[in-house]
Write a protein that binds this ligand. Structure first.
Ligand code: 5AD
Ligand code: FES
Length: 347
């Protein structure tokens, strides 16, 4: 048995590799080694979650953003972004549509929009949870105070997604202006966990300046935080950002990372992201076959979808939610998995 296969077996027993071993596995696994890695990831995922793929209805409710992350198409300085903000009625209509389509988790995602004060977000959370008590509600609205996070939790929010973006300080400052820090980001994640949320962190694969050693740090941070969810997808350039001319992240590397994360954290909820589906026509299926177990179709109204453009060529911006659910169901069926309509809680 080759050394590499033994290393994958070690991962499959939940043990982290040494830093050089992990860097090399991520950088240059052969096709056979990848096949073995993905098979192990599927085995581990099926032992916990069977063939179920959970769906989350993503509602992109505002693209106003106070932040200026260099990679993001809705950053404050992106002059060509057409800004929009959904109000409570619009959002409730998205939920109603989603509920009818079988969604039992709604994800409210938006830029860091000051119009949505802590009080307004709390009121919105309460309204959704009151109307749909059988649904889980996930927030993904960036950095707020611990008091705000507590208030949203008390209002009924169940989960919170906040990608850490990179676990290396210097790399964090390659991706963000100095007003945004990794320290604050991590603090938010620990506070969310302490309050009792199911928490998701995550990062982009192949973001500008990223080195293999940064990815190893990302994996180490995941092992430390023990999140319930991890969102990863390739970096994809957006034309109206400082990173417009940078290369996009790689498919193989993203799939390897999904598989490694599944092995290190067998119970984690791991989406096959839209960005993965954007860089490869079968990216999401490949993600599921590498250990992912969540998909997040878009529930936003059709007329705003093209405006929530974090990166270029984003898929599904012209489709109805119903079309995406059907499309995903067929795609997931075709690879022998099953799209499931329930809250899809962490096991
Ligand atoms: N390419 C890929 N992912 C991106 N995100 C933001 N901009 C891009 C991009 N250009 C991701 C970030 C953020 C999440 C909502 O979307 O990781 O946390
Ligand atoms: Fe949106 Fe396929 S998932 S069209």
């Amino acid at each position: 048995m080759s050394n590499r296969i033994e290393q994958i077996d070690q991962l499959a027993r939940g043990r982290m590799l040494s830093e050089p071993e992990m860097e090399q596995l991520l950088a240059d696994a052969t096709a056979e080694e990848d096949a073995y890695l993905f098979a192990q990831a599927r085995r581990v995922r099926e032992a916990v979650y069977g063939k179920a793929v959970y769906m989350r209805g993503l509602i992109e409710f505002t693209n106003y953003c106070a932040n200026d992350c260099y990679y993001c198409g809705i950053r404050r300085s992106a002059a060509t972004a057409q800004r929009y903000r959904l109000r409570e009625d619009d959002i409730m209509a998205c939920c109603e549509n989603g509920y009818k389509l079988g969604f039992r988790t709604f994800v409210l995602q938006g830029g860091e929009d000051a119009w949505y004060t802590d009080a307004r977000v709390s009121a919105l959370v309460e309204k959704i949870k009151h109307t749909y008590p059988d649904c889980a509600l996930t927030l993904s609205i960036g950095e707020r105070t611990k008091e705000a996070y507590q208030a949203f939790f008390d209002a009924g929010a169940d989960r919170y997604l906040l990608r850490h973006e990179t676990a290396d300080e210097q790399h964090y400052q390659v991706l963000h202006p100095l007003s945004q820090t990794l320290e604050r980001r991590k603090q938010c994640l620990w506070e969310l966990k302490e309050i009792g949320y199911q928490v998701g962190c995550g990062f982009m694969v192949g973001s500008p300046g990223q080195e293999m050693r940064h990815l190893v740090k990302d994996l180490q941070f995941i092992c430390e935080l023990q999140p319930h969810m991890v969102g990863i997808g390739p970096f994809v350039p957006h034309h109206d950002t400082p990173f417009a001319k940078e290369a996009q992240g790689g498919l193989e590397l993203t799939l390897r990372l999904l598989a490694v994360i599944r092995l290190l954290q067998p119970h984690v909820l791991l989406p096959a992201t839209t960005a993965l589906g954007t860089i490869d026509p079968n990216g999401r299926e490949k993600g599921i076959l590498a250990g992912a177990n969540v998909v997040m179709p878009n529930l936003s109204p059709q007329d705003v979808r093209k405006k929530y453009l974090l990166y270029d060529n984003k898929i599904c911006t012209g489709d109805e939610a119903a079309e995406c659910v059907n499309c995903l169901k067929n795609r997931i069926d075709s690879i022998g998995y099953e799209l499931v309509c329930d809250r899809g809680d962490y096991k």
